[in-house]
Ligand binder design. Structure first.
Ligand code: ZN
Length: 175
């Protein structure tokens, strides 16, 4: 059994800004191990800590080219534009075509506390941007055009109502 359930849209932890990791201790290392397990089990190509209910600035990824963890990541540079059909483990079953920068340069630290710089393009850059959004409490639904949101409204409502984590008066608010 995987150590965590993946939180689904409607869960408040997914819309909070996650806090910086100040102390990279054994708790963080254990969390990262668990996050990899959850990501591979899903299966997914990236997973951010808030998706397992932990509001900390950590994500793991495996783009096929490389795999790793980034702690306290920031986007230092972006370039170009790229349209790609994107999904999210926290919005199961739904996908949308979304435009984002094609290339990104990320900075953060690894599990040993060493500074890391990652440059990525296309698919891998998309993973990084998507996971970084999660750390800022931004879900894929906020990247949609108004038309995409309108079309998705019913399906999203079903998802939030189906989630046990939804607060009674909460749920999705789409314009
Ligand atoms: Zn996601």
């Amino acid at each position: 059994m995987v150590p965590y359930d993946i939180r689904v849209i409607g869960d408040p932890v997914l819309t909070q800004r996650a806090s910086e990791v100040t102390d990279i201790d054994s708790t963080v290392a254990a969390l990262v191990d668990d996050m990899f397990e959850v990501m591979y089990d899903a299966p997914g190509v990236g997973l951010a800590a808030p998706q397992v209910g932990v509001s900390r600035r950590i994500f793991v990824y495996d783009s096929d080219e490389r795999a790793g963890v980034l702690i306290n990541p920031v986007i230092a540079e972006t370039d170009g534009e790229w349209e790609f059909v994107e999904g999210c483990l926290s919005i199961p079953g739904l996908h949308w075509s979304v435009v984002r920068p094609r290339t990104v340069l990320l900075r953060g630290v690894d599990l040993d506390g060493n500074a890391v710089e990652l440059e990525a393009t296309d698919f891998e850059a998309r993973i990084f941007q998507h996971e970084l959004d999660h750390l800022d409490g931004v879900l894929l639904t906020e990247r949609l055009t108004e038309e995409q949101r309108r079309d998705a409204k019913r399906a999203l409502l079903d998802l939030t109502l189906g989630s046990p984590a939804v607060p009674p008066s909460g749920g999705l608010q789409l314009p």
